[in-house]
Write a protein that binds this ligand. Structure first.
Ligand code: FRU
Length: 494
């Protein structure tokens, strides 16, 4: 059986030691991507939250930095965001470098235990050395709690048209929008969420940003909202709403009017992508909306079989917005920086599959690998793929063209019995494209699979803990089919 170090991902970010959950405060500045994260440095389970910190020059290789923000007399440090205050609207700059401002939730656990309702407030810290060290603002908190138990996860962005800052805040079962000229004083604008979308659990970790629709050039605002529980395959997941935002009110697009509790607007249908948000301050010349999520689920996050550290992030993803018939869809794909690490790719033109399992790769190393292939001429049948090892662990995934549904089954993938629900149910996801060719991209690490179908229209991300690394990939189907353009790219980080 593999141990802790065998389970530590090769290229997905993990903390050196201790617990991690949500990504926080991501911003880019002068060649460096910053990633902060919910962190309990003293234990491998959730506890008193700090903001851990890591940096990267390419979003793939991360270097952990000293803890950025520590708890203080107002509470522990819950999720939030960071912005570069170029115009020094906050007045916290020193006149030479623009200050970076982190906006986070203070969680006062003692007040919560005492039964108070107002235990979550918003505070800020600022950095005058481009994100390296942080100073707490003296007049914290900057946003008091109006007496609401869940009042957290501020995501702040600059609204160019209105020349003001906008904060999206998760407030129980809705998102509240606040605005500010200076990041210090906040005024409530509006609420969104009543009778819209999934409400199986509390709303958390919003993100609001403007996107340009591919091909049409139209501009739309996108609101990401994580919910826990209530995800399409149980537990935690992130839904999205497309609409317009005028600086005060978010108006959902007419195509999603009356969006029900059950819907298919999820950033990821797998069980392990939660609380994801996008980087701020990406230069206009780049123009990407770069997203990262926490690759776990509150159903079992505290129990997964690692000791020294717990949890990793997803691969950073580029989000795109496309008009699809009458509606809008977010598509995601791994950031192109990952391709820098491709080495020794194996390319096969066409493979004929049918009747019995066909080996696509044997004695392969799938612990840092990107695999692509296409299935042209989809037939009404099930396409099954399996990663396996010599001790009989199987990770199964594929597509049923009968049900127009993808599936991912980690029931026999290795260690599963550390938790009741981890291996219990096969995850499913709808196919949202209707082309005759299915395009598949798979990002594999030691303990995670991220599958991007139809150029990222449907995504499924899940973690697993095999007793030995997977070495074989097979394809299987009832009727014959041709698998085209198979590419197996090993990633090399040396
Ligand atoms: C989401 C979340 C946030 C909160 C943080 C606490 O996973 O519950 O709402 O700020 O985790 O660690």
């Amino acid at each position: 059986v593999q141990s802790d170090s065998d389970f530590r991902p090769n290229f997905h970010f993990t903390p050196d030691s201790g617990w991690m959950n949500d990504p926080n405060g991501m911003f880019y500045l002068d060649g460096t991507y910053h990633l902060f994260f919910q962190h309990n440095p003293d234990d491998n389970v959730w506890g008193p939250m700090h903001w851990g910190h890591a940096t990267s020059t390419d979003l793939i290789i991360w270097e952990e930095q000293p803890i950025a923000i520590e708890p203080d007399e107002y509470g522990t440090i819950f999720s939030g965001s960071a912005v570069v205050d170029h115009k020094n609207t906050s007045g916290l700059g020193d006149g030479t470098t623009p200050p970076v401002i982190a906006i986070f939730t203070y969680h006062d656990a003692e007040a919560a235990d005492a039964g108070d309702d107002d235990y979550q407030t918003q505070g800020i810290a600022y950095s005058l050395d481009k994100g390296k060290t942080w100073i707490k603002y003296k007049q914290n908190p900057v946003l008091q709690n109006p007496g609401i138990r869940d009042f957290r996860d501020p995501k702040v962005g600059w609204h160019e048209e209105e020349q003001k800052w906008i904060m999206a805040l998760a407030v129980q079962d809705r998102i509240s929008f606040y605005s500010s000229p200076n990041l210090l004083e906040w005024e409530h604008q509006s609420d969104f969420g009543e009778n819209m979308g999934g409400h199986g659990g509390v709303w958390e970790c919003p993100d609001l940003f403007k996107m340009t629709v591919e091909e049409t050039g139209e501009e739309k605002w996108v609101l990401l909202v994580s919910i826990n529980p209530g995800g399409p395959n149980g537990g935690s997941a992130t839904q999205y709403f497309v609409g317009d935002f005028d600086g005060g009110t978010f108006t959902p697009d007419k195509s999603i009017a009356g969006m029900k509790e059950e819907h298919d607007y999820w950033i990821d249908f797998g069980k392990d992508n939660y609380a994801g948000v996008t980087w701020s301050n990406i230069p206009e010349s780049d123009g990407r909306d770069i997203f990262i999520g926490w690759m776990s689920n509150w159903q079992y996050a505290n129990e997964v079989p690692t000791e020294q550290w717990r949890s990793s992030m997803t691969v950073p993803r580029n989000l795109r917005l496309k008009k699809d018939g009458d509606t809008y869809r977010i598509l995601s794909s791994p950031v192109k920086e990952l391709e820098k690490y491709f080495s020794g790719s194996k390319e096969v033109e066409t493979i004929k599959v049918g009747g019995e399992p066909e080996v696509l790769a044997s004695s392969g190393d799938f612990t840092s690998t990107v695999i692509n292939f296409k299935i042209p001429n989809l037939q009404d049948q099930i396409y099954l793929f399996t990663f396996s090892n010599e001790v009989g662990d199987n990770l199964k995934f594929g597509y049923s063209h009968i049900d127009k549904e993808f599936f991912l089954d980690r029931g026999d993938s290795g260690l599963t019995d550390f938790n009741d629900v981890f291996g219990r149910e096969t995850s499913t996801a709808p196919r949202l494209a209707d082309s005759h060719t299915l395009d598949v991209e798979i990002v594999m690490d030691k303990t995670s699979i991220e599958i991007f179908y139809d150029n990222g229209k449907t995504v499924m991300t899940e973690i697993f803990f095999p007793r030995e690394p997977y070495e074989i990939l097979t394809a299987d189907s009832k009727e014959d089919f041709e698998l085209r353009d198979l590419q197996i790219n090993q990633l090399n980080f040396n």
